[in-house]
Design a protein around this ligand. Structure first.
Ligand SMILES: [Zn+2]
Length: 109
């Protein structure tokens, strides 16, 4: 016996309303933003900055140590005079980075 095949094909007639509409947002992007969901396709720029592990200052620079031919590098904190290789790195978003530059008071080259 062949019967009933078509009947079950029509499932629900109601369309599911997306969450962003239900919660009153204007667009899925807005919803994602409010929920803190990051769009993976949209790659945010990040900036790596160096930080002194001793005093936490960002005012660190590279110093070349004297060994010839090796090109050895060390970091030096201009604030507390810390020197070493294991400088701390921090990854900042573009927004944070701009703020950091502001606080540093340096002009962006
Ligand atoms: Zn320091």
């Amino acid at each position: 016996m062949i019967m009933g095949g078509l009947r079950n094909k029509m499932g629900k007639s109601k369309l599911a309303t997306p969450d962003w509409i239900k919660e009153g947002y204007d667009s899925p992007a807005e919803y994602a933003k409010a929920k803190g969901i990051k769009n993976k396709k949209e790659k945010g720029k990040t900036f790596k900055i160096r930080k002194c592990p001793k005093c936490g200052s960002y005012d660190v620079g590279v110093v070349l140590t004297g060994e010839e031919g090796k090109g050895a590098k060390e970091w030096e904190c201009k604030k507390c005079k810390w020197k070493g290789k294991d400088v701390e790195e921090e990854e900042l978003s573009e927004e944070q980075f701009m703020k950091y530059l502001d606080e540093k008071g340096e002009e962006v080259a």
